[in-house]
Ligand binder design. Structure first.
Ligand code: R5P
Length: 294
């Protein structure tokens, strides 16, 4: 087996140490800094020739990470790395997966083309697959999609005695159904209409059959948090059990976290795909299987 190196780009990530163990890799050493004009300086200090290199980079706030990621990969190739694999716990640009209005492009496809030209493989967690059902529909490199559903299910089973798991929109059914099945608890899926970047409306949850159950909202992404807040407000108006919001990817754009905290939500919990104080669900276990890296 070729020796493996793992680099983390642009930020310290709690998945880095578990990944070193899972990959049986050496820590990669590099300098990444920004010139006064904000161009990126990269110097790779580890010997990478003939190595299988893994780059850990979660792509929240993607625009400031993409150029460093591409420059880093090109530098690795120039230094003779045999493979460069992207470990991307949160994969950005997946929501623009179709032309919604005339004149738009399909960003998910363009990023897939760019990444397929740049990397040898991609491993990610719960990418926003809606109109695409599998990353292979747009990626030409091998991809692995891991799912946070079981760690989320374990968290719910441990912390909430009688949950009713609620997905705020049709896309969330893939997560809530699987979580509910795993812990044998009921679930509901609502209808959502997006009226703008920061405006959504969700249908009213009907909880008549779930008296005494605690609502647990589960969504893949919490970005502006308007999807969660809208649903939480409906729930608070119709029942009095404490409400928990669980997101896989804690984007929390702008003041979204504050807004959600100020809503009638009792607890906000996320997975550690994106570093955030709400990271209570550790997904490092998903990377433990060696088969992922063969
Ligand atoms: C969209 O379909 C996703 O599954 C999430 O519901 C959405 O990204 C949440 O966005 P926001 O937090 O801005 O409402």
């Amino acid at each position: 087996m070729k020796s493996r190196l793992l680099f983390q780009l642009t930020e310290t990530h709690s998945l880095y140490n578990p990944l070193l163990v899972a990959l049986d890799a050496q820590p990669g050493d590099a300098i990444i800094r920004y010139f006064p004009d904000q161009e990126t300086y990269i110097r790779i200090l580890s010997e990478v020739k003939d190595c299988d290199v893994y780059l850990l980079c979660s792509l929240n706030q993607p625009n400031k990470k993409l150029i460093p990621l591409i420059l880093f990969t090109e530098t690795l190739r120039q230094l003779g790395a045999s493979r460069v694999n992207l470990l991307c716990p949160y994969l950005a640009y997946m929501r623009q997966d179709t032309v919604f209005h005339p004149g738009e492009g399909v960003s998910a496809k363009y990023i897939a083309t760019l990444f397929s030209q740049t990397f040898d493989s991609l491993i990610t967690i719960d990418p926003h697959l809606h109109r695409y059902h599998h990353l292979d529909e747009i990626y030409t490199i091998p991809t692995t999609t891991l799912h946070a559903t079981i760690p989320i299910a374990h968290w719910i089973a441990k912390h909430i005695q009688h949950p009713i798991i609620i997905g705020p929109d049709k896309e969330s059914e893939q997560w809530v159904a699987e979580i509910a099945r795993h812990i044998q608890q009921p679930y509901l899926v609502l209808e959502k209409t997006r009226l703008g970047d920061k405006m959504v409306s969700t249908s009213l949850p009907h909880l008549d059959n779930y008296q005494g159950c605690q609502p647990v909202l589960v969504d893949d992404i919490i970005s502006t948090a308007h999807t969660m807040i809208e649903t939480v407000n409906h729930l608070a108006a119709s029942q009095s059990e404490p409400i928990t919001c669980i997101g896989v990817h804690a984007i929390f754009a702008e003041d979204a976290y504050e807004k959600l905290r100020n809503s009638p939500t009792q607890k906000i919990v996320t997975c550690n795909t994106i570093m955030h104080p709400t990271n209570e669900i550790d997904v490092s276990v998903l990377f433990a299987s060696h088969q992922i890296y063969d």
